[in-house]
Ligand binder design. Structure first.
Ligand SMILES: CC(=O)[C@@H](O)[C@H](O)COP(=O)(O)O
Ligand SMILES: NCC(=O)COP(=O)(O)O
Length: 255
């Protein structure tokens, strides 16, 4: 069965628009879990635009499901610019202390609007591999955010990573446009096959939604987990959180 890990970034974005604890991130996580979510994902960025370091510690203290923390392993400490908000301690510093079930390394720069590319391990493999080794040494399942590029995925296996997360925006865009869907989906099927050949577990995420998820879930061999936040949050506003989580579980083939 493919696990659904709900990403809480956009809930935190709403919370940050006021000096408030509403929505309360741990309480919202619990509602997702009560509605059937298999895990919780957050992406604490250095500017703390949405998920803050404090949210990660609050969630770690209460979650009874898998906790997946995503982020750039090279992101160092950053002083908070907002009164009452603690500083960002650095991504690896935070993960070392929290030791989540899974850590997904994402090569995001500070100026990016959102995650928009996977690792280039031809260039960065030598710097990523020691970080993977350290995280695995801490008992943390380690995943790398990757484009559906077989050569890069083979390099991901050489870093010692446990899993990769396929960056699915190209599929989501093709699905929305109706153009080249089979070709693009075929790229993801091949990427999944290579991941399995290399002994890598397979996750996927970014811009997945209720429309494009069923075909993706049916087509991709060995898919273990999807992490979904943006579209899921919008759907929850439209049809309610419990209905939304149930709808995404159905879209994954669970009834
Ligand atoms: C890595 C990825 O694709 C998403 O998990 C990421 O968390 C999206 O970040 P934003 O929610 O900041 O757009
Ligand atoms: N890793 C993908 C994720 O956690 C959420 O991405 P999105 O659904 O917000 O695009």
């Amino acid at each position: 069965m493919i696990a659904l890990s709900v990403n809480l970034n956009k809930i935190a974005l709403i919370r940050n628009s006021r000096d408030t604890r509403n929505p309360d991130i741990p309480a919202h996580a619990q509602m997702c879990i009560d509605a059937g979510a298999d895990g919780i994902t957050v992406h604490p960025r250095p500017d703390q635009r949405h998920i803050r370091a404090s949210d990660c510690f609050d969630l770690a203290a209460m979650l009874a499901v898998e906790f997946n923390i995503e982020g750039n392993p090279m992101a160092g400490p950053r002083r908070s610019e907002r009164p009452g908000v603690g500083d960002y301690p650095g991504f690896m510093e935070m993960v070392r202390e929290i030791r989540p079930a899974q850590c997904t390394l994402v090569p995001d720069g500070d100026a990016q609007l959102t995650s928009d590319h996977g690792f280039d391990l031809k260039r960065d493999g030598d710097s990523v591999a020691p970080l993977v080794a350290e995280l695995k040494g801490l008992g943390i399942r380690t995943s790398l955010f990757m484009d559906p590029d077989p050569e890069q995925i083979r390099l991901a296996a050489q870093t010692g990573a446990d899993r990769i997360e396929l960056y699915t925006e190209s599929y989501a865009r093709a699905f929305a446009s109706g153009r080249d869907v089979d070709t693009i989906l075929g790229q993801f099927v091949r990427a999944a096959e290579v991941a399995t050949e290399e002994g890598l577990g397979l996750n996927a995420g970014h811009d997945l939604d209720l429309h494009n998820l069923p075909d993706f879930a049916r087509a991709i061999p060995g898919l273990l987990e999807v992490s979904i936040g943006h579209a899921l949050t919008v759907d929850a506003i439209r049809i309610g959180l419990a209905n939304t989580v149930a709808a995404y579980q159905r879209a994954l083939g669970k009834h």
